[in-house]
Design a protein around this ligand. Structure first.
Ligand SMILES: *Cc1c(COP(=O)(O)O)cnc(C)c1O
Length: 446
């Protein structure tokens, strides 16, 4: 044991200096409290402050995860009731709240698919995934040792049924599942979903629903009605919780009765007047995270659903209305490759702007100087110069109108041949070298 012989070289700061330092830093960040955040595929909705209040209650926040069942009835009841809500919302029969992200939910879903077929002594190695899917879908399937085969979209941006039929004929009993999101990442609802689900079920395959786009359908339809067997939800998207910057999240998995026994232990059950953690799932694929997942996010989602109740349907109605309002207002100024009504988001393709010397990235940087967070760029991969907009239900018409005006102003600047290489000019960090900024981030320079 050596004792320090010299003083620790720490700067002496007054409390006020520390407060000012952190306050200054926090002001340099962009956040939903500062401006519009139309980040496609992320559902950056307002997070009602009551969610924070409830999740900070001592009985939730300071609870030790190893507390006895009898001593944490409130927390267990909340999880049990949240599972019930999610069953109603998705139409499924059983829920596991453990996964801490959408991608982790997918991973759990694929583990379940794997074990289900192993138990049936069927060696199915292939998972079909549409080319419009989120990158986490093929990643999750690959992590469970499935071979991923891409299903091409048709000219409308939907699953090409003829192509799907060919794949089913070719690989037949080798196909374990299809992973889909509906509406898909182009913001398009696939009306052929019942044909797709019956084709796969006839083939003995399962259907996995990536529920990250649930904000478009809540209360209007559900994955059970579409024929899905396994679903994950992104509580940190559809059911609020601030999640910019990568966390925290929760990606519960909901399944049909036949798959319930594969869910991780512990299950939350209610019997003899007591909420309990049980460990009886013999076929379980195993734990997916420590304890019960991100409990704090579960509390926020429960509060959100409890507060809105039947108005959850209106959330989706308003989110879809806002997206269609933006889409139809921008159609004369931007190339929107997929026509007709969109769901909660839509994709612009800026190839025409690129020909004039302004890329999607330049437009994203230009938006920052208007106090608007950039849209999602270069995703989905099947649209060139993609610029993906998701307004959510949270914003007022004034905010949407301002976005429309700014986007029209930008289109006109591009027409006039203005220089876009100078943006952003007003942010704490100006134009960065995209490659170096990712490889050698300088976290002090601002
Ligand atoms: C966000 C998203 C995911 C992944 O969810 P994470 O919580 O970020 O892991 C998967 N699919 C779609 C369509 C998404 O938008």
């Amino acid at each position: 044991m050596h004792n320090r012989t010299t003083e620790l070289k720490l700067k002496d700061c007054t409390e006020l200096e520390v407060l000012r330092h952190y306050n200054k830093l926090s002001n340099k960040n962009f956040c939903i409290e500062k401006g519009f955040y139309p980040l496609g595929s992320c559902t950056m909705k307002y997070n009602p402050r009551i969610n924070e209040r409830i999740s900070k209650l001592e009985g939730f926040f300071d609870l030790h995860p190893n507390q006895k069942d009898e001593d944490c009835q409130g927390a267990l009841e909340l999880m049990y009731k949240l599972q019930d809500y999610l069953k109603i919302i998705t139409g499924m029969d059983a829920v596991c709240l453990q996964p801490c992200a959408g991608a982790q939910g997918e991973f759990l879903g694929m583990l379940i698919v794997k074990k289900y077929f192993l138990d049936k002594k069927e060696d199915r190695k292939i998972v079909l995934i549409p080319d419009s899917a989120h990158g986490t879908n093929p990643a999750s399937a690959s992590m469970c040792n499935f071979e991923v085969i891409e299903v091409k979209s048709d000219e409308k941006g939907l699953v090409n049924i003829a192509e799907l039929e060919k794949l089913i004929e070719k690989y037949s009993s080798n196909i374990a599942a299809i992973m889909m999101t509906n509406p898909n990442t182009l913001g398009l609802f696939d009306n052929n979903i019942l044909t797709i689900s019956s084709l796969l079920h006839k083939n003995g395959s399962l259907l996995y629903y990536d529920g990250a786009n649930f904000n478009a359908i809540m209360g209007h339809t559900n994955p059970r009605l579409m024929g899905f067997d396994i679903v994950h939800l992104n509580l940190h998207k559809t059911f609020s919780t601030p999640h910019a910057g990568g966390g925290p999240g929760a990606g519960p998995v909901c399944v049909i009765k036949e798959l319930e026994d594969y869910l991780p232990n512990p299950r939350i059950e209610f019997s003899e007047g007591l909420y309990k953690r049980t460990y009886n799932n013999k076929k379980s694929v195993g734990r997916i995270s420590a304890f019960y997942g991100n409990f704090n996010v579960l509390v926020k989602a429960y509060t959100y659903i409890y507060m809105l109740a039947n108005d959850l349907k209106k959330v989706s109605t308003d989110a879809v209305l806002a997206a269609n309002y933006l889409k139809s207002s921008l159609e004369d100024y931007y190339n929107i490759p997929f026509k007709g009504i969109c769901a909660h988001e839509f994709v612009i393709s800026n190839c025409d702007k690129k020909e004039k010397g302004v890329s999607t990235l330049d437009i994203a940087k230009r938006l920052m100087d208007e106090n608007i967070h950039p849209a999602t760029v270069y995703f989905p991969l099947i649209v060139k110069e993609a610029f993906m907009v998701e307004p959510t239900e949270s914003e007022t018409k004034e905010v949407l109108d301002n976005f429309i005006n700014v986007m029209i102003k930008i289109a006109k600047e591009i027409e006039k041949g203005e220089d876009f290489s100078i943006y952003p000019k007003k942010t704490p960090v100006k134009k960065v070298d995209e490659v170096q900024a990712a490889r050698k981030p300088d976290l002090k320079e601002c």
